[in-house]
Design a protein around this ligand. Structure first.
Ligand SMILES: NC(=O)c1ccc[n+]([C@@H]2O[C@H](COP(=O)([O-])OP(=O)(O)OC[C@H]3O[C@@H](n4cnc5c(N)ncnc54)[C@H](OP(=O)(O)O)[C@@H]3O)[C@@H](O)[C@H]2O)c1
Length: 253
């Protein structure tokens, strides 16, 4: 399959490596100059575009790709206030898009584990909860999009938590507040943790990305899946559709 890379930084290069290993061809590698307004004829050949750029470029790039009628995978983080607008653009142009703050397969399965754990621990008042994330020092947005999703899951599953607090505090935290902390240092590709803490014990669930290749592989899987489809999908919905499909195949006589 012919893939165009929109954004050719650390993630764009990792996607290139993963795509080549799976037998795909890279037909375009575009950076901020493309974002500045120049057309690139190489995109005409692309079956799917994969976008890892900057938060402020994600929506304009999505519009341009949708105009061209190309399916798109968006890995850029920090633009999710525009998510419903992006969904409308994709629907209006009758094209296709998969997005995710984190394309790691392991992380997405981890989110399901966190959801289940939050339901269990959330049933017992003794357990409080804390969420943390750590990334390399060059990451622009904070907290990470994934940490934001973890925060949403915890609020959904633990009714006594009603608000996320990301700032440093100069007061005791209120019982209905969920503290979500971001750390930036060194070269961490991404660590997320959720701790359930009681007077008796502490239970910590951690996902540690080893390298960018996990994200890159997930993005390439998404590119393969979105080709020939229509609609606006989160990566977790894509995985659910794949799992549901496997289940119905498994249960066929
Ligand atoms: N979803 C996931 O699984 C996942 C995993 C890791 C990272 N990310 C996210 O992916 C994004 C990129 O991360 P990175 O580490 O690859 O960053 P990076 O190394 O800084 O690379 C960013 C790239 O975007 C290009 N760019 C900037 N403005 C652009 C525009 N308007 N149009 C097209 N390209 C543009 C830059 O090109 P120039 O060099 O020409 O400026 C550069 O090549 C970030 O938002 C990061 O948080 C997501």
């Amino acid at each position: 399959m012919k893939i165009a890379l929109i954004g050719y930084g650390r993630m764009g290069r990792a996607v290139e490596q993963a795509a080549l290993e799976r037998g795909h061809e890279i037909v375009a590698r575009l950076g901020s100059a493309w974002g500045g307004g120049t057309e690139d004829p190489e995109l005409e050949d692309a079956a799917v575009c994969v976008e890892f750029s900057r938060p402020d470029a994600a929506l304009p790039n999505l519009r341009r790709i949708a105009e061209l009628g190309k399916p798109l995978v968006v890995g850029t983080t920090g633009w999710y206030r525009d998510l419903s607008l992006a969904g409308r653009v994709v629907a209006e142009k009758d094209t296709a898009c998969v997005y995710a703050p984190n394309f790691s397969l392991g992380l997405n399965l981890y989110l399901q584990v966190v959801e289940r754990a939050a339901r269990l621990f959330g049933s017992f008042e003794d357990y409080d909860v804390l969420a943390t994330e750590t990334h390399h020092r060059r990451k622009i947005d904070s907290p990470s999009g994934t940490a934001g999703r973890i925060g949403e899951i915890l609020l959904e599953q633990i009714p006594r938590k009603r608000r996320i607090v990301t700032d440093s505090l100069d007061r005791p935290i209120a019982p209905d507040e969920l503290h979500l902390l971001a750390g930036r240092a060194g070269h961490f590709p991404g660590t997320h943790s959720v701790v359930f803490d009681s007077p008796a014990d502490s239970v910590e669930l951690v996902h540690r990305a080893r390298s960018r290749m996990g994200f890159a592989l997930g993005a390439v899987l998404a590119a393969e899946w979105i080709r020939g489809r229509r609609g606006f999908y989160s990566f977790s919905r894509m995985l659910q559709e794949i799992l549901d499909g496997q289940e119905s195949t498994d249960t066929q006589p």
